[in-house]
Design a binder for this molecule. Structure first.
Ligand SMILES: Cc1ncc(COP(=O)(O)O)c(C=O)c1O
Length: 401
């Protein structure tokens, strides 16, 4: 069956909008990072159970941001020792789950140290450092530097270590994550920041994490050079091990790198219209199913199923929401940014590519729409991994109170 026929068949069965996720591709991309001792998947990118189960079965580890993500990882089969909670705020419910499940935390604020140590949680922790600089595809996903809330400011790090010692908390790991969509250019600076942190760190530190953020070529350009990235960290780690005279376990924590290209979203064209400047194509997917264009002005490749022979035209693609920001092709400042698409007609299927990361995980019920279904492909075979939310699901939380 051709890919177009597969998409048409899936849409006949499950309707639109419809998420698709290729689990084999996600696993293959995780395997590209095997030079690291641990690949810790940042599940905030896509927390689907089918995906988490596949990653758990392949022996990978997982990052959780909340108690609920810890429980989700446990439900998917991750043992507690392969889960790490990474947070700058330990809300009470999350702390309770971390204690109950025996999950170690990666603390991004020094004020969490005493509460965590006194809670009876895991006896060890990781400390996340804000190295004083950040990077990323958007200012909104830059997680280092003076304008970021994330991590312990590098100058405060020695004081945080003292606090941990006083609280009887063993610091066994160091973590640096400077942002999402990072390229290779700034890598030496990040590695130098880790080196600096290691100089202050006690002998109890036996794990280091390079963080995540590995860039994805949403424009179809060259892939992020993972081999060079891994080689730089491995070379630094080898040097530090000699200097420190002890082994250091090396982790990487990607989200989007594993899943963004493995995901697509199929929508249906419902209307086409013109304004003096733009040709509009209105589909049944919008920022309730893919928030990245609105949040960051992110670009996603798009294609029209079976329309390759039609003439191309610059097209602005927008969704069904009652909100002028509901445009799937927009610049970071919110201007419509047309893409070249074959002439569209109502009833056509429009595929939005590279939606596997921060697609369904950021979806909402805005304007009353239920969350779409998701189909995963495993061994080339499609299977429903998440049913479409029903109207009853939506009402259930507000009934019988
Ligand atoms: C601590 C941490 N690790 C990993 C990630 C994953 O980032 P990405 O999906 O860009 O790889 C994030 C993203 O927000 C993060 O905050």
């Amino acid at each position: 069956m051709s890919d177009d026929d597969l998409l048409r068949a899936l849409v006949r069965e499950h309707g639109t909008p419809l998420y698709l996720l290729d689990l084999d591709m996600a696993l293959e991309r995780a395997a590209r990072l095997d030079a690291f001792d641990t690949v810790r998947y940042a599940q905030k990118a896509h927390p689907g159970l089918a995906l988490l189960r596949a990653l758990a079965a392949a022996g990978h580890s997982v990052d959780a941001t909340s108690g609920f993500e810890i429980l989700r990882a446990r439900a998917a089969g991750f043992p507690a020792e392969r889960i790490e909670l990474a947070t700058d705020v330990l809300d009470r419910a999350t702390l309770e789950v971390a204690v109950r499940e025996g999950v170690r935390a990666n603390l991004g604020s020094a004020d969490l140290i005493e509460a965590y140590a006194a809670s009876g949680a895991h006896p060890e922790c990781t400390l996340r450092i804000n190295p004083g600089f950040g990077s990323g595809h958007s200012r909104r996903v830059t997680t280092g530097g003076p304008h970021s809330k994330h991590g312990i400011w590098h100058e405060e790090f020695p004081a945080a270590l003292e606090r941990a010692e006083r609280a009887g908390l063993r610091v066994s790991g160091l973590h640096v994550h400077i942002g999402s969509g990072v390229e290779l250019e700034g890598l030496s600076q990040t590695i130098a920041a880790m080196e600096q942190a290691l100089r202050h760190a006690p002998d109890s530190v036996v794990r280091i994490s390079a963080g995540g953020g590995l860039a994805v070529p949403y424009d179809g350009g060259p892939e992020f050079p993972v081999e060079r990235y891994a080689a730089a960290w491995l070379e630094a780690r080898a040097r530090w091990q000699v200097e420190l005279g002890r082994s250091l376990h090396l982790e990487v924590e990607p989200g989007r790198y594993l899943v963004a290209p493995a995901g697509r979203m199929v929508s249906e064209v419902r209307a086409c219209k013109e304004t003096p400047e733009w040709s509009w194509v209105l589909v049944d997917a919008g920022f309730h199913t893919l928030a990245r264009p609105l949040l960051y002005g992110s670009y996603h490749r798009m294609s029209l199923v079976g329309a390759e022979s039609r003439p191309l035209r610059p097209t602005v693609v927008a969704g069904p929401l009652c909100e002028s920001g509901d445009v799937l092709t927009q610049s970071p400042s919110g201007e419509p940014r047309p893409v070249e698409l074959p002439e569209a007609r109502p009833g056509d299927l429009l595929v939005i590519h590279d939606t596997g990361a921060y697609g369904i995980s950021m979806a909402s019920n805005y304007n009353g729409f239920p969350l779409p279904a998701e189909v995963v492909l495993e061994g080339g075979q499609p299977r429903l991994a998440r049913r479409r939310q029903s109207f009853d699901d939506l009402l259930a939380l507000e009934q019988d109170l």
